[in-house]
Design a binder for this molecule. Sequence first.
Ligand SMILES: [Fe+2]
Length: 365
Amino acid sequence: MIHMIKINGGKATFCSRYVKTYKYMLERDMGYPIIPSPFTSFNGVMADCSCGARCCSSCCWRVRPCDQWLWHGKYDVAVIGGKLYALGEGDLPYEIKVTSDGDITTLGRRDFHSAAAEEFLSMTAHPKIDPETGEAFAFNYHISPPLIKKYAKDESEMWWVDVPGFNISHAVNAWEEDDGDTLVVVAANLLLVEQSLEKFDLAEMKMEEIRISVKNKEVLLRRQLSTRVLNLPAIHPAYVGKKNRYAYATRVIPPVINVGLVKVDLSLYSDDYHDCVVASRRYGPDCTDNEPFFVPREPNDLDADEDDGFVVVYVHDENTQESKFLVMDAKSPTLEIVAAVKLPGRVPTAFHGLFVSESHLSKLS
Ligand SMILES: [Fe+2]
């Protein structure tokens, strides 16, 4: 399901709509759920069956269309090539549209007319969009040989660097330095990955910076940027692929509860300074959130401070079963809440999101 809040002229309207995925349509026609969802039904026999079936479909390349039966759906929303898509992990993107009256409709499953249609049966929910060229960089992954490309024609042009224990959960950003000789990657590292697969409650993500020598294909430096468990990071969208200073991330406490927001200054790390968190906010007891999104105050002002803007996020109170949409001042040391909208429906937590300005939305086809 996609949840959307539209703010215009001081008024907010809210809309929640299911994405019409293969699984959704199948179960709607049957009248009851038959396929367990990988995360919401993560434990138990049905979840084990789901996991087993997904592994089988990944092993048997030729039956990979089974994937589309097994994924409920939608973790993220992205603008790719001037169109709006709902993204899962084990399925292709579904093109969606925001109508003039504020509704969301599903236009259909898209393979982008891929020549390698046999191989392109799923796509990550975590593509990166170059803010200057508009190019979308995406990948898919499973237990058969990888297909990760930038401009490479095939995997023979790909090279690997061993970073033991570094399992990227969500990337913060990556950029080149030293005229391309050094590659810097900042990401939430999923520690204890084996235990996390057995029991998701044990998932523990720490933000790390890795510096890689492109010439020698080796790690030059690796450091943890905070002692806290952080996930679902966001940055100023204009800095994707460029050196940046600030990240905003959800603070997580066991068992995987998103209790608040932190602001991380990536430039702060030194021999004496191992926790780069410079601002934080807790939402209150029983309140959990989704992925934050940074919205610049003046998107076209290239001279503005990187943190001059707002962090927006959906928050849900498990105790009262109320959801809110919060707007926070990104420069404030307390991430002060400057606006809040009480929502008429529940927005579940721990999912990704996207902010699109009305002018940008109107240009989407
Ligand atoms: Fe994700």
